[in-house]
Each structure stands twice: as C-alpha cells, then as structure tokens.
Design a protein around this ligand. Sequence first.
Ligand code: NBP
Length: 477
Amino acid sequence: ARATIGLTGLATMGRNLARNIARHGHTIAVHNRTTQKTTDLVEQFGDEGDFVATESMEEFVGAIAQPRTIVIMVKAGDPTDAVIDELVPLLDEGDIVVDGGNAHFTDTIRREKALSEKGLHFVGMGVSGGEEGALNGPSIMVGGSDHAYEHLGPIMESIAAQVDGTPCCTHVGPDGAGHFVKMVHNGIEYADMQLIAESYDLLRSTLGLSPKEIGEVFEEWNGGDLESFLIEMTADVLAHDDASGEPFVDVVRDAAEQKGTGRWTVQSALDLGVPVTGIAEATFARSLSGHTSQREAARKVFSTSPEGEREQPDRDTFVDQVRAALYASKVVAYAQGFDQIAAGAEEHDWDVDLGMMATIWRGGCIIRAQFLDRIREAYAEEPDLTTLLTTRYFAEAVKDGVDAWREVVATSARTGVPTPAFSSSLAYFDGLRRERLPAALIQALRDNFGAHTYERVDREGTFHTLWAGDRSEQEMS
Ligand code: NBP
C-alpha cells in the first residue's frame, strides 16, 4: 500500500512524530540519511502501525501516494535546505513539503517562495512539546497554503494534543506564519521560566526557604490561577534530591543555555517595534548567567552588600505577594507576546486568529496552562482587543495584585535579589498606564541636538525650536 504521508529525519523528534502518526492509523513512509535509524525505528516500534521503511530518497518518494505530503524533521538551517534540494527534483507538481523543525520564519518565507515557483506547496510547521509531545500529542502551528492544510491538517489534527475535544493544531496563516507563532511561543516560554526562577530565588533568598519547601509552595500555587505544566514541573524539580543527597537544583551549574528562539523573538520584536520586555529580560538573564568571568569579577568586588541584611518578611504574606507578582508579570509577558504576533501578522499580511493561538497552546506544549483559557475567552469576547492587559479578567487580576507586585519588586531591590522580569514587567505596566511619559523630554532633547522636530499637545503640526538661535518656534508642517 502507498503511504498517505512520508517523514524524513528520524532523530528524537522525527521518530516520535512518525510513531504518533502511525499509531493514529496513517500509513507512513519513513526515511533517514543514515539508514540505521530507519531500521531501528521499524525494528523497535514497527508493530505500532503501518510503517514503510525506505533507504534511498527515490524509494521514499516513490512510496508515498500523490499528491505527496512529506514532513522533514531534520536539524534546522543548512540540513533543511540540503534535504529540500535532494527532494525537489523527485517531486511532482502539487506535492506538499512540510518543515517541522525549528526554522527561522524568514527561512520559511524564502523556501515557500522558491518551492511555489516550482508548483510545490511548502509548509513551515511549528511543533511544540519536545520529544514527549511529539509522541503523545504536540501543539502544532501550521503555516502555508489553504490547499496544503486541506491535506496535512486532518493528519496533524489527529495526532495533536486534544483539550476538551479540540485539537491543539491549526492553520495559522500563509508561508512563515506557523514558524513565526512557534518562535513567539518559545519566547513566551523563556519569560514564563524566568518569572518562575525569580519567584524561587526570592522565596529562597528572602525567606530562607529550602528547595523542598519552595516546591511545596509551587505545588499549592498549581491548585489555583497559576495552574500550568511549568509550575507543576517546578514543584517536581525542587522536590528532587541528587544522588549525593543535595537538593538537585543545588548541583546544577547556574549558567542557562539557549538554542536561539528567544533571541529570534527579541530580534523580531525590535524590528517590529514591539516592547516584549519580559521575553527580552528573560533572554538577557540567560546570557548574564553564562558570563562566568564577569560574574566572578563582580562577586569579588561587590560581595558584601546587601547580603547579610536579609529581611524577614512574614512568610505567608510574602509567599502570597510573590504569587501575585508572578501572575501579574505573566499577564504582561503574554500580553506582550500576543502583541508581537499581532504586529508580525500585520507586517506580513497574515490573518492570524489570536484567540486560536491561545486555544492550541492549552495542550501539548511546554507553556500549557489554565491561564490560556482566559486568553481564549478574552479574544472571543473582543476579537480586536488592543491589549490583553485591559480585558476584564486580566485587568482585575492585575489591579488586585499590583500592591503586592510593587512590594516584591521593592524587596528585591533592597535585598539585592535580581528580578529583571518582575521589575521590567512592572515598569511596562506603569509605562502604559501613566498619564504623561518622560518621552516628552526625549522629544525635546532630540529636537535640541538634532532638529528632529516634535508635536505639541495643544495644536496640530510638527515643530522645531531654534535652540541655538533666538529659541523661537518654527512650524514645519
Ligand atoms: P536534530 O536537530 O538533532 O537533527 C538530527 C537529524 O537531522 C538526523 O535525522 C540527521 O540525520 C538529520 N540531518 C542532519 Br543533522 N544533517 C542532514 C543532512 N545534511 N541531510 C539529511 N539529514 C540530515 O534532531 P531533533 O532533535 O529530532 O530535532 C529535529 C527538528 O525538530 C529540529 O529542527 C529541532 O529544532 C526541532 N525541534 C526539536 C525539539 C526538541 O525538543 N528536541 C522540539 C521542537 C522542535 P542523520 O541521522 O543521518 O545524522
């Protein structure tokens, strides 16, 4: 029998995705550059479904029913281009080539253009949830044409995570839209994790709680508004002891790594002019943690202050304040991420349904959370909302938490516990809600040194003051 779909690239992700597809009753042709991986897959898991193992690219392409749907799951970057170059001469018009790796969305736009000129459909597909998700139900963000989704969508919807009967998979929009949304999703994941890490640090450094005790706090938080996969995982990790008997978190080197999607999100946000301060601070915090020699130099010079002046706030009060600060900062980080998706969609002319993004992140992916249902509801109530921050539910949550949020940020400043994500989120919130911003002074300075002109609050038009002359004001337009 001809396979209904093919998948090439059988490392961790590809292999699990192939098994997931086969388990859902789809006949799948499998291929890998190194044939051993194909043989291993079919030997170990061949009884899970209908696999067609192939060795050469020709054999692989020949095994798939037309129009072919072919998923590439190789290392992002040059390997993806190498596989596309090998595949394309073997394909027929109307075939669908799907890149399920973590490609940069601009690469996806480029590839889609090149393949559509050859009469092929190219789909950039963001797959979230790591290896576990790939096997048991990921969250899938599909780009590309409507035609491609008609073929690919039903298969992907069948293997995606399901929440309340809704698959965590959707057609996000044309060309790079799927990979763009996956990128921002990863950026939000960075912010989420940084906020959790800051909460842990505050509870440990300020209250002197042990990792186990903090794990219990997180477990309790997981029973409320903060309920999410990452909070649950934090409770689990903090409760874990190393074989040496030490808390596991204490034996792990404190230098966070990154594969680049957080950096991409921030780079794109800078291009779009969207202030994603939570994601940016989370990304920079990882960089800072890895700057070992600078940290060592600073530690030697500044070791004395202000540690040793540990404040001892009331435990229950402070735990609750940190919870409120975490929630409010999380609202800000998500509001910023959704702003970026809206701006990206506008820039690239993608019609992205923002509520749907929250819907498909409710399951399968690392940031899955109860919270996303609130975001989905907010967009259902008001599809064109200006910012998530001011929607009924989130506005109430932030208003209720703002005093605690300020207290936590103030405590962190006094005690020297760095909280870049908490602090910057609060600054963002205050920046948005202030009646007047000191941007007026910036405009005045710009006009003074560079004749960059300014607008006035009391009249229409553009103006310039002759700063070096008689300081009279000229109307420029
Ligand atoms: P890797 O990113 O480690 O890539 C290994 C695969 O790429 C192998 O199948 C390898 O074939 C193939 N490959 C390479 Br490398 N160069 C090739 C070339 N020139 N021609 C053909 N094949 C080539 O695999 P992964 O961790 O399974 O991830 C796959 C994709 O999924 C990546 O884009 C990744 O960013 C993305 N992703 C990963 C995760 C995760 O949690 N790991 C989550 C979401 C998305 P070989 O066996 O012959 O060397």
